[in-house]
Design a protein around this ligand. Structure first.
Ligand SMILES: [Ca+2]
Ligand SMILES: [Ca+2]
Ligand SMILES: [Ca+2]
Length: 338
């Protein structure tokens, strides 16, 4: 009888293209050439070399934002370029530190390095983005009595609404006592119905410029908005998109123009990205409030939009929402991971 022994360790192939790391793998040269990256103008490069062909996973995580992104590859070395996109609900943030972790299939071994962010990726170019739609500059969003904001109209100005509060905030605490983290940048917009109130609480209209002009085919257009909910099924939001059907150039007039609405129940907890296809919007059913246009979905005529906070059932119970980064995209929903 002849016994063959084979000392050479075979590499495990884990599914198509996934190769486990050799036992005891150590990587000593995982690095990034810069101490900080400007994601508006540049990419973050990470490099490493390995003792064998491996499948690697590079994950970056923002230490303040909690934003993440991941790249995978297979080879005996890696050179990965990260563009500041995120596959998480939150966005990477200017001024924060990022931890980059390199891990591998087939082992728990990891190695890390860090990088600063000078500027976060500019997502405004991903679609039609309103002025100050990141809500980072409250002076350009909130009324500056006796004037409106140049771009946004708060429904509680100049006539206040009882038991109601709205404006730009950061590090807020919701009425359940939970901190409201930022989803993009450091600030967001809030509307709160604090007590006894009718179904309608309040809203915010964007009436500033909307560029570029959207295509006329409504099946190619998506409206997107990040909304923070407290998990209260009493909370509803209407997103209302307003066209200039008649008296072109004179803007939206609710008695003669179309308003297209997404009726949203906000019973989720935390931040959520809502993306609605323009063809899934329904015409406003409120008499004299956007039910009078030509009844044709025409994104190229969009001139303004509203976010309206409503109570679904209990008029006496408080409700509140926070929102950020409304953007209208063409060809698909807003996708910050790409
Ligand atoms: Ca923001
Ligand atoms: Ca009009
Ligand atoms: Ca129309």
């Amino acid at each position: 009888m002849v016994l063959f022994s084979c000392k050479r360790e075979k590499q495990d192939v884990v599914g198509p293209g996934f190769i486990s790391a050799p036992k005891g793998i150590v990587v000593t040269d995982f690095t990034t050439p810069d101490t900080a990256v400007n994601f508006v103008t540049d990419t973050a490069i990470f490099t490493a070399t390995f003792p064998d062909v491996v499948t690697w996973i590079l994950t970056i995580k923002g230490e303040t934002s909690g934003a993440t992104q991941e790249i995978r590859g297979t080879g005996s070395s890696m050179r990965a370029a990260l563009t500041g996109t995120n596959n998480s609900i939150t966005f990477f943030r200017a001024g924060e530190k990022v931890t980059a972790t390199l891990s591998f299939f087939g082992t728990s071994y990891t190695t890390t390095t860090t990088l600063g962010i000078v500027k976060a990726r500019n997502y405004a170019s991903y679609g039609q983005f309103p002025n100050v739609g990141d809500f980072e500059n409250p002076l350009l969003v909130e009324p500056q009595p006796p004037l409106y904001s140049p771009f946004w109209a708060s429904f509680n100005f100049p006539t206040p609404i009882a038991n109601e509060s709205q404006g730009v905030d950061s590090v807020a605490i919701d009425y359940n006592g939970n901190p409201v983290p930022s989803v993009q940048g450091k600030k967001y917009y809030f509307i709160k119905g604090l007590g006894a109130q009718s179904q309608f609480v309040s809203g915010l209209q964007y009436f500033g410029p909307l560029n570029p002009i959207l295509p006329s085919d409504p099946s190619t257009v998506w409206v997107n908005m990040y909304i923070y909910g407290t998990g209260d099924a009493n909370t509803a939001v209407d997103l209302e998109y307003q066209e200039d059907d008649y008296n072109g150039g004179n803007g939206y007039h609710p008695t003669v123009d179309d308003a297209w609405v997404a009726h949203l129940t906000i019973d989720h907890k935390g931040w959520k990205l809502f993306s609605i296809k323009y063809t899934d919007l329904v015409q406003s059913s409120i008499a004299g409030q956007g039910d009078h246009g030509n009844h044709i979905l025409e994104p190229q005529k969009l001139v303004s939009f509203d976010l309206v906070l409503l109570k679904k059932s209990n008029a006496n119970s408080p409700v509140e929402v926070y929102f950020d980064f409304p953007i209208i995209t063409v060809g698909g929903p807003f996708d910050p991971s790409k």
